[in-house]
Design a protein around this ligand. Structure first.
Ligand code: FE2
Ligand code: FE2
Length: 199
């Protein structure tokens, strides 16, 4: 197993929650009300699984390994990925803030939530497509085999330090139950590569 196999598998779980969030935004717009409980669960998933568990492995381990092999952060591929992680965090802050404002400014808050949710879904799908099809391929070709084995064990350490044991499974399960609640069939979830075109 390669470190990028772990990251690709995590992308598949994140895609499940993106499909949920996309449907949630569509339903919120149509019904003029937000499913607040599920929305808070999606935000919890993104902050803990996508950010703390997944992006931490990329930012703390994989990207520095690529930078050490001659790919500059400034103006290079990891710099672009880091900027996109930050843009994603901004979308999540906007969604979170909108949920808090639903009671006193329902129309504006709903509209902010829907816009931020759609921006996040589009951003992350394209981001995941770039990583799967470009950055990870680059990493697999550039990082020596023994260094990849070292990265793999570091990923386990990241998981323990940033996430805690069994927490990963908890969020995989949360993704499953959100898909079930929103009637999303796993087979129908688009792969993010479909949203990415490098031409
Ligand atoms: Fe990333
Ligand atoms: Fe990623």
């Amino acid at each position: 197993m390669k470190p990028t196999d772990i990251l690709r598998a995590e992308h598949r779980v994140i895609e499940q929650v993106l499909a949920v969030l996309e449907k949630m935004a569509t339903q919120a717009e149509a019904s003029k009300s937000v499913d607040v409980e599920s929305a808070r669960q999606v935000i919890d998933f993104i902050r803990h699984f996508a950010d703390r568990c997944h992006h931490a492995k990329e930012e703390d381990r994989l990207f520095p390994a690529l930078e050490a092999r001659g790919f500059p952060r400034q103006g290079g591929p990891t710099g672009v990925m880091l900027a996109e992680h930050e843009m994603g965090r901004e979308c999540v802050r906007d969604m979170d803030r909108a949920l808090g404002e639903l009671d006193h400014a329902p129309e504006a808050a709903l509209s902010t939530f829907v816009t931020a949710a759609r921006r996040y879904v589009a951003l992350l799908r394209e981001h995941i497509g770039k990583e799967d099809n470009v950055l990870f391929v680059l990493a697999e070709r550039t990082i020596e085999e023994d260094a990849q084995a070292q990265l793999l064990s570091e990923f386990e350490a990241v998981e323990k330090e940033h996430v805690g044991e069994h927490v990963h499974e908890k969020y995989v399960q949360l993704a499953e139950s959100l898909m079930e609640r929103y009637g999303i069939d796993k087979q129908s979830i688009p792969r993010s590569g479909d949203f990415f075109c490098c031409h």
